[in-house]
Design a protein around this ligand. Structure first.
Ligand SMILES: *Cc1c(COP(=O)(O)O)cnc(C)c1O
Length: 405
């Protein structure tokens, strides 16, 4: 990423792939003709329109193949947030109209695109059960079983968590929903490129993806909706996407997403191996060299590219600034609301205290990260942590109170 270059010698170390990834040059190349040479609207009947429609059809077929789905079951959207909103509101409202009920089940660690869509529906008479997770960040299938009611109209549980990387037992959760005849949605945004997206193996009825998390373009995503699942459109207008999502299709974006998804699927094993090796090098290195650090989320049921670590006594935000000065991009789950830091809802759901949650940093790896990059991070971290802890009064007090080993 030359534009972000810090100095002539230091390369940026980008460890925030869970936030977004750089467009793959091959994907960019596949998209380019649809900006300038082939700018048609797929709804137009002339040859420019037909060329665009052909590109759209090809992209749809390619995505359907990766998911083991039928092309008619795909709805292209502006990204993951829109697809999550369409799944939640679209199914809940359609089910309500059919007189099926008004109860939704989700989990405490979902992305805000899911949680806030559910909260929105609660203003309009829907009820929600938000399942807790174990201290390792996993939903217990028995909790889902116990939460299902005769009036449950939708269950939404993410495939892999964006903050702590935990992988949920989606196929098992889906099987429970199917036994009860309840539509099951999964936000698979973080899973793409690392885990299988086969909608039949996963027992899912609805599945969300967004291209910019797997080296595709930003602003384009999709919802898979199994045939026969009631879905009420949330964007009204033209009849695009089989009447389920109005608006002229983002042709270059959709072409890019399809190519990126296909590449991600082809490279999945290799990518997972590459990231797992680096992830473990990072986690083991940090835990070995820096005292009072913890890994958040299950060690095994975990995305290959995720390392979420808590460093006692520090604020994750401060560490991010020090890392950034060294050209290292990472992230924390906390959000700044009205000038004060709000800890991540995901970390709180694991049972972390307010302070522990604020002391966490997420490193999310990707295909271009090297072991030299990880070693640079491992070399830089101990001094940064020491520096931050030296000005953290409670950490100093705790260390002083500790018996000398
Ligand atoms: C990034 C992300 C989203 C949102 O996708 P956008 O395309 O940015 O709207 C939704 N869910 C998860 C798990 C994500 O990581």
């Amino acid at each position: 990423m030359p534009v972000m270059k810090q100095s002539m010698t230091d390369r940026i170390i980008y460890l925030d792939h869970a936030a977004t990834t750089a467009l793959d040059p091959q994907v960019f190349e596949a998209m380019q003709p649809y900006f300038t040479q082939l700018p048609g609207n797929p709804s137009s009947i002339h040859q420019a329109g037909r060329a665009a429609l052909q590109a759209l059809d090809d992209a749809r077929e390619l995505v359907a193949t990766v998911l083991g789905a039928n092309r008619k079951e795909l709805i292209f959207t502006s990204g993951g947030s829109e697809a999550d909103n369409l799944a939640i509101k679209g199914v809940a409202l359609a089910q309500q109209r059919l007189g099926k009920g008004n109860h939704i089940i989700t989990s405490a660690i979902e992305h805000h695109a899911v949680l806030h869509a559910v909260e929105y529906l609660q203003q309009f008479g829907f009820e929600a059960t938000v399942l807790p997770v174990s201290e390792r960040g996993l939903v217990r299938p028995d909790d889902l079983r116990a939460a299902l009611r005769p009036n449950t109209v939708l269950v939404s549980m993410m495939y892999a968590n964006n903050e702590i990387g935990t992988i949920q037992p989606v196929a098992e959760l889906g099987a429970i929903c199917r036994e009860h005849g309840v539509p099951f949605h999964t936000d698979a945004v973080q899973a793409a490129g690392s885990l299988t997206l086969d909608v039949n193996a996963l027992n899912v009825d609805l599945l969300t993806l967004t291209a910019h998390k797997f080296y595709g373009p930003k602003g384009v995503g999709m919802l898979y909706a199994r045939r026969g699942i009631p879905l009420s459109p949330q964007l009204n207008g033209g009849g695009q996407e089989r009447q389920r999502r109005a608006g002229t299709e983002n042709v270059p974006g959709i072409v890019g997403m399809a190519v990126a998804l296909n590449m991600a699927e082809e490279r999945r094993t290799q990518y997972a191996q590459h990231c797992t090796t680096l992830r473990d090098r990072l986690i083991d290195g940090v835990l070995r060299t820096i005292p009072d650090t913890h890994l958040n989320g299950d060690r095994e049921q975990r995305l290959p590219n995720n390392a979420n670590l808590s460093f006692d006594g520090i604020e994750g935000e401060s560490l991010l600034l020090l890392l950034d000065q060294k050209g290292i991009c990472a992230s924390s789950g906390s959000a700044c609301t009205s000038g004060s830091l709000e800890p991540s809802h995901v970390l709180l759901a694991l049972g972390l205290s307010h302070d522990e949650a604020l002391s966490s940093v997420r490193f999310s790896l990707g295909k271009e990260v090297t072991s030299e990059d990880i070693d640079r991070v491992l070399a830089a971290l101990p001094r940064m942590i020491e520096q931050l802890r030296s000005v953290a009064p409670w950490y100093q007090e705790r260390v002083a109170a500790m018996p000398i080993a």
